[in-house]
Design a protein around this ligand. Structure first.
Ligand code: ADP
Ligand code: MG
Length: 297
């Protein structure tokens, strides 16, 4: 599958939620869409799944214009929205069967439902009512419904919010399964999620793409802008004023900071950036986009 997003903008009255987004996505791709709240992640996903229309710009899927030939995408799409409602009184199995019917799956429906339950590790809970599930289990039901039609394009909006670390790991494993034949777009503000499963990262802020490309590329651009410094207690202000701090550890002498900034101080020990540092640096350079051209993923 090939998705071309060209000059997509979206205004909600006077709010510019998206401004000139350009991305070219090809199977296989596991894309982490990251950015703070209000960056435009959900808006971009809603446009991609045809839930809302862009103010301007064009999206094509395998050469077909999205808004004209929507059924082409719909048949190939699995979507888990950010605010996903579930039917509390139904069991996991009943709910998935209902959604499968809704999606028009007739042949082998039982088998398909069973497979999605297995893939999301919900076998033990298949007879349980949805209202009795934990947050993470409910999210997995959400994933299961999105996987029912074995989608080529799988879009999930902030699925790991509120999950404990163990659930998050389970989640990532589900994502990676079969991703070599899919385009997966996962929005999150947890950089760790991206680091462990995504081979592409798109950083969005205030409706603009600040970066799109492989995580390693983003890290490479951050080299020379991350370091550690030890500061005596009482002198923390100097660091806090000029740099973004990505971690701080108390030491016998004071505090050791991990800092990100355009120009590091002389007394700083330079280190290899993590993806989180790279993300912070990207935000720091906001407006001075690291990657403006039409990007191929
Ligand atoms: N239906 C809407 N009406 C008006 N403004 C909206 C609407 N949906 C989103 N916005 C605004 O658009 C911007 C992007 O929102 P959103 O796409 O939800 O960001 P994210 O998912 O990254 O948190 C925000 O400023 C938000 O307040
Ligand atoms: Mg959102």
């Amino acid at each position: 599958m090939e998705i071309k997003i060209e000059n997509i903008s979206k205004n909600y009255k006077d709010v510019k939620a998206l401004e000139n987004i350009n991305l070219n996505i090809k199977t296989p791709a596991m894309i982490g869409l990251v950015g703070p709240n209000g960056a435009g992640k959900t808006t971009l996903m809603k446009i991609l799944v045809g839930q809302i229309l862009p103010t301007s710009g064009k999206i094509t899927v395998d050469g077909k214009v999205l808004n004209k030939d929507f059924s082409y995408l719909k048949e190939r799409l699995g979507y888990l929205p950010q605010d996903f409602g579930l039917y509390d009184e139904l069991s996991v199995e009943q709910f998935l069967d209902y959604i499968a019917c809704f999606k028009g799956i007739e042949k082998k429906r039982k088998e398909i439902v069973r497979k999605s339950i297995e893939e999301t590790n919900l076998l033990e809970k298949r007879k349980a009512k949805i209202k009795t599930l934990s947050g993470g289990q409910k999210q997995r039901v959400g994933i299961a419904q999105a996987l029912l039609n074995n989608p080529e394009l799988f879009i999930v909006d902030e699925p790991t919010v509120g999950l404990d670390p163990e659930e998050r790991i389970k989640f990532r494993n589900i994502f990676s399964k079969g991703s070599s034949k899919k385009v997966v777009i996962l929005s999150t503000h947890i950089i760790e999620d991206v680091q462990s499963v995504c081979n592409y990262i798109v950083v969005l802020n205030k409706g603009k793409t600040l970066f799109s490309g492989p995580p390693n590329e983003l890290i490479k651009r951050t080299m020379g802008h991350v370091g550690t410094v030890e500061v005596k207690s009482g002198e923390e202000d100097i660091i806090e004023k000029d740099f973004k701090i990505t971690s701080s550890v108390v030491t016998p002498k004071g505090v050791r900071y991990r800092i990100v900034g355009e120009k590091l101080p002389k007394f700083c020990e330079e280190i290899i950036p993590s993806l989180e540092d790279a993300y912070v640096y990207c935000m720091l350079k906001e407006g001075d986009s690291l990657n403006e051209e039409f990007q191929t993923i």
